[in-house]
Design a protein around this ligand. Structure first.
Ligand code: FAD
Length: 388
């Protein structure tokens, strides 16, 4: 079994297969140091925590993660809070930065005797019509190599070799450009509020998400074509303070900006998630906009479903799970995509023409009003927001 990519999807899959006695190798382009420091997601759904617990992979997040259950909306119509941990299914998030989770998963996999080849880039996956697919690779010095297995799991993200190797027409790609871009920021500063903050402002969206006691993630909607260099620290903090209405609701705790990246909000779904012996999971299967913090959670869910199907086939000769893998995961993926799109529409002010707010903008304000005033809407939100 060959796994491409040592992100959350590839490493959960590797751990589960190795524990079940299925021989596998993980091929990873990056170095261990890069993996251990690449800061991305941070909000783990209760279901993700349950999956990790089920397989003995939750030690680190139980020691260092923090429970999080409140979000605060700041809008032109005022401020309101939702204690989503006590609404819907009553499930909170666990805040645990993705690079720490990846570090835990890597350590456990290697301590158990699992193999990861770092600095090894998958170039193509060949032989997809047969039962012995081959992955061609090159190492950090450009030397070529080949790996073969009964199956290949493409867990190498949206730009990986798995997607590239799909023959034209074999898999359909549904794509949506949400039409907005965010500047994703990591600040060396304690959180400014004890909640996820979503600020809807005529100058654009601003978001606040705790990561650790010393590091906070912020988002600022920015213009298409904007680059990180357009955003020096002072401009970032002034804009965040303005959009988060710090003058009314309390100052932000400022600090040096450690990282700034422009993210275009895009989603796509590949269908089906399998072509012959090549199976896709995580961002390789579906890219989801970060508006609802679902990407890493879907990756873990899909890895567990895939691991079970592979173990059934390779250890017990029961291939039905492989046949059903795509449909099972697509069900969860589309529901997450729908909610993430709903969040995009909730959080962004549509540009007005001649100062008249367009139709969409009235809908956004109504949606926020329902969320503020309707208990059943709040229950629905909580279930979607904290679940996968
Ligand atoms: C700024 C930001 C914030 C986010 N916040 C959240 C959040 O709060 N909650 C959430 O759930 N999700 C969040 N996400 C999304 C989440 O980080 C991803 O969905 C998640 O990393 C997907 O995991 P993965 O294992 O599929 O892919 P990845 O984590 O991308 O891992 C893929 C791995 O494959 C390797 N690779 C790529 N190409 C090759 C190749 N050719 N050969 C070998 N190796 C290769 C890469 O180096 C990488 O290690 C966020 C994303 C971003 C960018």
């Amino acid at each position: 079994m060959v796994i491409l990519g040592a992100g959350p999807a590839g490493l959960v899959l590797g751990n589960l297969l190795h524990a079940a006695g299925v021989g596998c190798v993980v091929l990873e382009r990056a170095t261990p140091a890069q993996l251990r420091t690449r800061q991305r997601a941070g909000f783990l759904a209760a279901n993700t925590v349950r999956i990790l617990e089920r397989h003995g992979l939750a030690g680190g997040l139980h020691r260092h993660g923090r429970t999080h259950a409140t979000c605060e909306f700041r809008t032109e119509d005022g401020r309101f809070r939702l204690d989503y941990g006590h609404l819907g299914r009553g499930e909170p998030h666990t805040v645990y930065p993705q690079h720490l989770l990846v570090t835990d998963l890597l350590t456990q996999y290697q301590d158990a005797g699992g193999t990861v080849l770092f600095g090894t880039e998958a170039v193509t996956v060949q032989g997809l019509d047969g039962t012995r697919p081959t992955v061609t690779v090159r190492d950090a010095d450009g030397r070529p190599g080949r790996w073969q297995g009964r199956y290949v799991a493409g867990c190498d993200g949206r730009h990986g070799a798995a997607r590239r190797s799909l023959p034209p027409g074999s898999v359909r790609r549904h794509h949506l450009d949400h039409g907005v871009s965010w500047l994703g920021l990591l600040a060396e500063a304690p959180p400014s509020l004890d909640a996820v903050g979503y600020a809807v402002h005529e100058r654009g969206f601003a978001g606040h998400m705790a990561r650790t006691p010393d590091v906070t993630r912020y988002y600022l909607q920015c213009e298409r074509g904007s680059t990180p260099d357009d955003w020096p620290d002072d401009r970032i903090w002034d804009e965040l303070a303005l959009r988060m209405r710090a003058a009314d609701h309390g100052p932000l705790r400022r600090g040096p900006v450690l990282d700034r990246t422009v993210v275009h909000l895009e989603s796509d779904v590949l269908e089906p998630l399998r072509h012959g012996p090549l199976l896709l999971a995580g961002d390789a299967a579906s890219l989801i906009s970060p508006s609802a913090a679902k990407g890493a959670n879907l990756a873990v869910l899909e890895a567990e479903v895939l691991a079970r199907a592979l173990v059934d086939d390779l250890r017990h000769g029961a291939p039905e799970g492989i046949a059903r893998y795509s449909d099972r995961c697509l069900h969860h993926i589309w529901r997450a995509q729908e909610f993430s799109r709903w969040m995009v529409r909730l959080l962004h002010v549509a540009p007005g023409s001649d100062g008249v707010p367009p139709f969409h903008d009235h809908l956004r304000r109504s949606r926020l009003a329902s969320l503020r005033t309707s208990r059943s809407c709040q229950h629905w939100f909580a279930e979607q927001y904290a679940g996968v």
